[in-house]
Design a protein around this ligand. Sequence first.
Ligand SMILES: Nc1ncnc2c1ncn2[C@@H]1O[C@H](COP(=O)(O)OP(=O)(O)OP(=O)(O)O)[C@@H](O)[C@H]1O
Ligand SMILES: [Mg+2]
Length: 308
Amino acid sequence: MIKTVNKAVFYSGRTLKALEARSSNFRITQNQSSLRMKKNTSKASQQVVLWIAANAGGVGKTTLGIHTGYRLAQLGFNVLFIDLDTNGSLARFCGLQPDLEPVNTSASLFDRNFSGDYPIYTPEWSTAKGKFDVCLGGDVMLSVALDLPTRTGRELVLKRAFKKYPLPYDLVILDSPASLDVLSYTALAVATHILIPLPMSIKLSGIDFLLQWIRAESEALDLDPMPTLLGGVPMRVATNSDQQAFYAEIDSVLASQNISCFPGIRYSAEFENAANRGRAPLYVYRPRNPACKDFEPIIKPLQKTLTA
Ligand SMILES: Nc1ncnc2c1ncn2[C@@H]1O[C@H](COP(=O)(O)OP(=O)(O)OP(=O)(O)O)[C@@H](O)[C@H]1O
Ligand SMILES: [Mg+2]
């Protein structure tokens, strides 16, 4: 059954009724079984699960994840961005309806009866060569965070879902809350790679704790191999002299922790404008903005890993 409206493409037979009942914004094109059977047009030789990790709010996790993912989709890779955060910002950044029933969000992946029915949306601006799809988070993730601690093997719930019901995507990006709660454990357990957005402020001092946490918990979860720490990405780098002095120090802070530092993403008010208009990637909103180029140093190693 196909319902045509104006915002997105949604793949889930099970949620069709719920969406119809809500005078939905979504175009439903196919059910889950056809999603699984979709011809594999992948350019990648291996799947990468990239966790955008941070222990401070507002540092640019979602912005970094969306730009990294969308650029790789432009290059022909199929990308799924899964929002595990409670704040629902991915929906706003993508111009999608944020207050969905749990079954239509990433919460469903944690349902004890999850049967591989991934609730996947495509933002209307997603015209990249590869797919750029999303699973939305939001406040429903709060109940997941409350329920998970009571479950045996809680840290591995997402990993088991991905193993049992493989996602037909080259790159899966995970965006979790900054609180390093149980949802972060589920992201860590399934991640193959980790990228860390860095604040250009005193909050950077938390980086030591985050790195220790990642290393200690990877060991505790017996992750073998451990996820690869791609490095830190200074976000919102402004041109004033204080910020530039701070920026110059970040490299050595990370070097002392044995991780590399990517060149920063410059400050531009257009990031916020793009997000507020539901067209978050500058590649879509302002393709000629010079900040688009700032992501290239991150894209290259990921592209190499995907095609290795
Ligand atoms: N380089 C940048 N220049 C200017 N503004 C930026 C930049 N990167 C991100 N922003 C803006 O900063 C705000 C916070 O970014 P974002 O939502 O990506 O952070 P977050 O870590 O995901 O936050 P949260 O913890 O709330 O999920 C957003 O309004 C975003 O548009
Ligand atoms: Mg966010």
